[in-house]
Design a protein around this ligand. Sequence first.
Ligand SMILES: Cc1cc2nc3c(=O)[nH]c(=O)nc-3n(C[C@H](O)[C@H](O)[C@H](O)COP(=O)(O)OP(=O)(O)OC[C@H]3O[C@@H](n4cnc5c(N)ncnc54)[C@H](O)[C@@H]3O)c2cc1C
Length: 477
Amino acid sequence: MSNYDVIITGSGPNGIAAAIQLQQKGLKTLIIEQANEPGGAVKTEELTLPGFQHDVGAAIMPMGIASPFFRNLPLEQFGLEWVFPEIPYAHPFPDGSAIACYKDIHKTAGQLEADKDSYLRLFKPIIQNWKKIENNILGPLSWPDSTVNLLKFGVKALPPARNLVNRYFKEEKTKSFFYGAAAHSSLPLTNLASASFGLVLASLAHQYNWPFPKGGAENFIKALLKYYQSIGGVLELNKKVSNLNTLPTAKAYLFDLTPRQLLKIEGTDFSAKYRKQLSNYNYGAGVFKIDWALSGAIPFINDKCRKAGTVHLGFSPEELEISEAKIHKGKLSDKPYVLLAQHSNFDNSRAPKDKYTAWAYCHVPHGSTADCTAIIENQIERVAPGFKDIVLKRSTLNTRKLESFNPNLVGGDINGGKPDITQLFTRPIISFSPYATSNKQIYICSSSTPPGGGVHGMCGFHAAQKVLKDHFQDLTE
Ligand SMILES: Cc1cc2nc3c(=O)[nH]c(=O)nc-3n(C[C@H](O)[C@H](O)[C@H](O)COP(=O)(O)OP(=O)(O)OC[C@H]3O[C@@H](n4cnc5c(N)ncnc54)[C@H](O)[C@@H]3O)c2cc1C
């Protein structure tokens, strides 16, 4: 076994980002992955029928294209091709109407009747100042680059989504439209910080669209790894790390794992205090995931939805509030919030000729094994009657199956831990340096560190920065 400067366990987007950042600095790095394919929760498989390419986990990547780390990598040269849907996302209603989030903020606001000016007042300052605040939003707690702008963002982002919509909007449909993006948090919409997801995700749509990789989400990972290997990085598959002492010698070890798994690794010599802190980490709601092979495009009543890559379902503010609140009381709503993506409307490499795919999930209680197929399909039928008739085959994953697909998805939690106010910027423990552990050689770089879930690689980037600072000071800029 050769020696490395740094060894990274786990080849999710954060593990790969950390490895690239360190390898780019001239270090010798190795990624070890337990699965037979790299990518963590970013994988593409023929889950239903031959020729139908389904994204098992992440599907839509606004944070991938916007990530200050990923956007500076030459991924297009290594095979990545972004697909930009005509409309980033849309929110339909059973009366046949829909609100589209266009990249053009004025076109979006133009649909909002009485809420037009409020929408612009809410989002324009965030978009105009995005470059000044993105490093603070996409990183650990730190001294802001632009205090005034960050404070202005925080005043809007930290309250519950319900307070924000009631303060800014008059129309029920505008409130539902905002909730569609805010509910990505998996938090009750009455919880502090739930507004932040809506603000960040909608702002990204207005700046970057909500694109996805042509051919499948795995093509994003393939491009990252081709680049990593082109600069000398090494990837080893099919090797589960369970004991630090069995790894080759290195100055630092990064773990793209969540706290529960890290605690199971032997030989870490963590202090009793740190072990206790990690064991107090909170995991969030799970998801029930479904993929369909379809004989046609989803027959949405409203044309805007056919042109949108992502569609949010949940029709009144009350319906959305109730469905998201119930999850955290261990219950399911029969009218759940559903997040749906339809890649093949824009990418014909995803399905055989004249056939289509669709991808969706709803939130469920942590660890739930409930089958949500019927409630998800019923929600779609309310705005796309005839949907069930075009289903050729479906594949479902409950929280247990998700966790066996990738052990980081604890209880079906896709964010690596609850992103509530206590764990948004201070995960997995309260610290200005949450990537470091009590063992000076061990670091955590998964989505259980700031800025949390999503394909942005910023957890890995910040963890790598900390490793450089602690062990390779001469390589820091
Ligand atoms: C159903 C679903 C839908 C999602 N949708 C989106 C979306 O549309 N857009 C978006 O941006 N994000 C989405 N996400 C979230 C996103 O995929 C995750 O936040 C992201 O993958 C986290 O990256 P990571 O590197 O922290 O961890 P992961 O991607 O979970 O990778 C961790 C890796 O570590 C490996 N590993 C674990 N234990 C060991 C061990 N002991 N030894 C060796 N290897 C080990 C695992 O096999 C895995 O490959 C979704 C996730 C899921 C599951």
